[in-house]
Design a protein around this ligand. Structure first.
Ligand code: SF4
Length: 415
């Protein structure tokens, strides 16, 4: 069975190249301050202050997709960064130590040097350690937000605490940028960012249609703008185009995977160096991975231009990765029903415990609660030493046979 390539991919490339070129030229000409920021924010404060923003996680995913990450990680290990910590961190630092970057494909000689590095530990502690390496290397300030984790219900007290930390970031960021944060600028950026994530959400919701017009593997590529360009109008323009292509596919009954029989949910990190291989494997099994925790992690429903700090704080705390298992399981249950999912694939990512939700019994609980087949595959976001193509293929083929044996292909759960 065939995978169909989306036509908007060409525009996606143009949009992303435009972003990298603007970032690179601002850094080279020193025409704007440069910040590095964690992928889930707080980018809106930075953009409202005129910063050009680089996202190291995006850089690491590119190293993974290019399958060069393993060439670099050993350099970071030799500096004392363990093989067991985040491979994004070790690959990124290793590439820096090697003086190489995939940004060279866009004419950038190096990753743009920051004037400040801004983290939010809502996802993990690794991001702070990662940024502190560069802070020490270049004697550049590293500031950020220390988040709560394992949150059952997000409370006003928690939101106030994070909002207050976000407000505390403003004076040093203003001083570095040499400008003041105005409420008009800030609200305008939040409004653009909210529009971007809403468009992205609409794109992701298209996969609820049968057959799905898009797969998880497509979405991991098309999520580039929502990760790196929130608050930039070009991202929103791109998602309007992407959404219209998906809508047209739905209207015309065009499937992303020809002859779709089964629909799966992907829980955990993508395996960046194996996207194509996995996409082809699932297509050959007439199976569409229709939804994922990962791609939905850039949907920030709480953002509100009328209440910038508190809404950003709430959005950062409502994220799946920050929550305890009970709300996580409720979320997956809702996704399984809304997207008519037949089975769940958990990816146990060796160096990303924060995004590996299979280690404390969740797959078994969901299997029981939802009466749904569940499988866990071993791998890593970019360290391919942790992944076996043969073993994964055998496991997934067996899993699809299990779905066939249930005798209700494509019906999903509760549909
Ligand atoms: S969430 Fe996982 S992949 Fe992302 S920076 Fe943290 S450890 Fe690395």
């Amino acid at each position: 069975m065939k995978r169909r390539v989306l036509e908007s991919t060409a525009s996606l490339k143009e949009t992303m190249v435009g972003y990298y070129l603007e970032l690179g030229s601002a850094a080279a000409a020193k025409s704007a301050p440069v910040a590095w920021c964690t992928s889930t924010g707080p980018v809106e404060i930075l953009r409202a202050l005129g910063y050009k923003v680089h996202f190291p996680e995006n850089h690491s995913s590119m190293l993974g997709a290019a399958r060069t990450a393993n060439d670099y990680m050993t350099r970071a290990h030799a500096r004392g960064y363990s093989q067991d910590i985040c491979s994004y961190l070790t690959a990124d630092i290793g590439a820096f130590l090697a003086g190489e970057t995939p940004f060279s494909a866009f004419g950038l000689e190096e990753v743009p040097k920051p004037d400040v590095l801004v983290f939010n530990t809502n996802q993990c502690r690794d991001v702070r350690d990662w940024y502190e390496f560069y802070g020490r290397t270049w004697d550049v300030p590293v500031i950020g937000i220390e988040s709560m984790h394992m949150i059952e219900n997000v409370t006003d007290i928690q939101v106030d605490a994070i909002a207050s930390q976000m407000e505390d970031l403003v004076p040093p960021l203003e001083e570095i940028a040499g400008t003041r944060l105005t409420s008009d600028n800030f609200s305008e950026i939040i409004a653009l960012s909210k529009e971007c994530v809403d468009l992205w959400k609409s794109c992701m919701e298209m996969a609820a249609h049968k057959p799905s017009p898009v797969t998880f593997f497509d979405s991991t590529i098309h999520m580039g703008p929502v990760v790196t360009m929130r608050g930039i109008p070009a991202a929103n323009e791109y998602y309007r185009l992407f959404l219209s292509e998906l809508q047209k596919r739905v209207d015309d009954g065009v499937a992303a995977v020809e002859g779709e029989r089964f629909r799966l949910y992907w829980e955990g990190m993508p395996i960046w160096g194996k996207l194509r291989e996995l996409s082809e494997l699932f297509a050959a099994l007439s199976t569409t991975v229709v939804a994922s925790t990962y791609c939905n992690s850039w949907i920030f429903d709480a953002l509100d231009a009328a209440d910038p700090f508190r809404s950003m704080a709430r959005a950062s705390l409502e994220l799946f990765i920050v929550r305890s298992d009970t709300p996580k399981e409720s979320y997956i249950e809702r996704m399984v029903r809304e997207f008519s999912v037949d089975g769940i694939v958990f990816h146990d990512s060796r160096t990303c415990p924060s995004n590996s939700n299979c280690r404390y019994g969740m797959p078994e609980r969901l299997r029981e609660q939802l009466d749904i087949p569940v499988i866990t595959i071993e791998g890593d976001q970019i360290d391919l030493r942790c992944y076996s193509s043969e073993q994964t293929k055998t496991s997934l083929e067996g899993f699809i046979e299990q779905l066939e044996d249930r005798g209700r292909p494509g019906e999903g759960v509760g549909d």
